[in-house]
Design a protein. Structure first.
Length: 91
């Protein structure tokens, strides 16, 4: 595995942690029948904003009073790629 810049690693590892700490809100699927995942947003706000800008998560309107973020389908795909990169297995 090659070296990763600290800023990039922080973003990648935050995405992985968001994904691994995910939870379902009310066990309701989205309109496609897929589960809707959320994660608590206790991470660096700049990094969360970068992940939001890339459409990996949705924080709602800024500034948001929500304490959780929605993990998008793109975010789930990216988290799975990053977990493979770092050799992390899902639950």
């Amino acid at each position: 595995m090659s070296n990763t810049e600290a800023k990039q690693a922080m973003e990648e590892l935050t995405m992985i942690l968001l994904y691994l700490s995910r939870f379902q809100d009310r066990d309701l699927p989205d309109f496609k029948g897929k589960p809707i995942y959320h994660a608590w947003k206790g991470y660096d706000f700049e990094v969360l904003n970068q992940l939001d800008d890339k459409d990996y998560i949705d924080q709602g309107r800024r500034p948001s009073r929500r304490k959780s973020v929605y993990i998008t389908e793109e975010g789930i795909e990216e988290a799975n790629k990053l977990m493979e990169k770092y050799g992390i297995k899902d639950w």
